[in-house]
Design a protein around this ligand. Sequence first.
Ligand code: NAG
Ligand code: NAG
Length: 495
Amino acid sequence: MAPLAQSKDKDAKGFRRPFQRGGTWGSVEYSVVLGALITIVATVWIAQNFEQVWTIWRAEQTAEELVDDGISNLGWKDHTVQITRLESAVELGAVQCTGSFKAFVSVVSRYDRAESSALLLVVCLDGSPPAYYLDRGSGKGADKWIVHLEGGGWCRTAAECLDRAFTQLGSSRYMPDEIYLGGMMSSNPAVNPDFYNWNRVKFKYCDGGSFFGEVNEALTMTQSMANHHSERTATVYYRGMRVWNAVMTDLLAKGMENATKGFLAGCSAGGLASTLQCDNFKNVMPEKATVKCLSDAGFFVHMPDIKGQDSIESLYRDVVTLQNITERLPESCTSVRDPSLCIFPTYRLSTITTPFFMLNPAYDNWQFYNVLIPSSADPSFDWESCKSNLALCTEGQMELVQGFRDVLLNQLKDLITNPKDGAFINSCYTHCQSEQDWSWSGADGPKINGKTELLTTSGHLCIRQSISQVVGEWFNDDTAHIVVDCAYPCNPTCH
Ligand SMILES: *[C@@H]1O[C@H](CO)[C@@H](O)[C@H](O)[C@H]1NC(C)=O
Ligand SMILES: *[C@@H]1O[C@H](CO)[C@@H](O)[C@H](O)[C@H]1NC(C)=O
């Protein structure tokens, strides 16, 4: 069960020896023949075992760290992490007023507004307390904190938010009591060598507005169900900013106030949130702490869809309006364009002063379905097979697919201006890669040719780096680590 196989460690150490110069041999001929033989065997062996060599090398490092920490990897077990629900401090008091309300999907017949003491309530969409999962750090990680913000899209209308209020993306009542953490949140050092022993917080997304909305009023809606024979009444709150603040306060009191390192990450809508909240996170952490942020699949490109419609723009405009987000967006942006557009990372990244890492596939499949080719832009379903698998795209479609990558890279290029920023832009057709073991660091996960090189007798052999390795090196370094993949379909590690 141990992910580090001891016998392989020996092989891994052994494989470097043939490349070392020197050594004494009986005769020149013998030395040349044997040297050539060893080189050939070693080259073939490396070619065949490339991924294994890589994995083993990572594991070796980890084993050393483990010895440092005085714990044994053999003791590592898959384990679940318990939920922590915040206590809601303030009771809901209500000043009611009523009106009529129209919605797209479900029919909302009337709404009431609750004000007064509800002003202070820190709640998910449905009024339940916010929640997170915390796996405590140990050893050298005991005073280091990683906070990962969950994703899950947005709700753009009151009716959509009401639907969401009856799911775990809108209510802690539906969240599981315990979960597994993977990838950069894993407690397994073989999977997650840089962060496995940190305090790891999985922050549940339950506000529908990327942890950034703040509306004082609560909206009580009565919604007729699809069968028209029954109704349900619920109050909806847009309080993401307060949820963020309350959970930060709770974590600081649990030890984060003494953190030496802090890392804010998030995937998708959580990746956007990590962009929006990055400097706020830095500001609540101790001044001396090293603080960095990462967005996983949160680089939503500002562009029209293939029919020229402003699909993603209108989605964000709705969310920003519904959730009263404008006032927290940078004035340098809101003063020069439609303020609701300033939620796009394109306009936000250059204002972030904390070191920032953008992890995003150049062919983000969520964005293909929602930014580039939403169903409204493809009424005759011409793109269905291309969207399901890029290998099935026609030549003409492929041009637009590559065009999307060009736009993404262009928008990013101008943004990575901080000499301490990082990026991993691979050419896989995927979305969110930081929380699955295989995509984060697995032998068969995505890799890009990186900076690390091994000297071989035949010159330089470029080592392909996993996401885990590039992010780990970047976090522990004070320099930029930017790796951008060649265009699809060049990368054999994408599958
Ligand atoms: C919108 O948010 C601002 C703070 O960002 C707040 O002052 C204002 O009262 C909010 N508006 C509503 C309608 O809740
Ligand atoms: C932070 O460190 C100080 C000084 O050692 C200690 O008094 C305090 O309790 C610590 N805070 C937490 C939340 O552990």
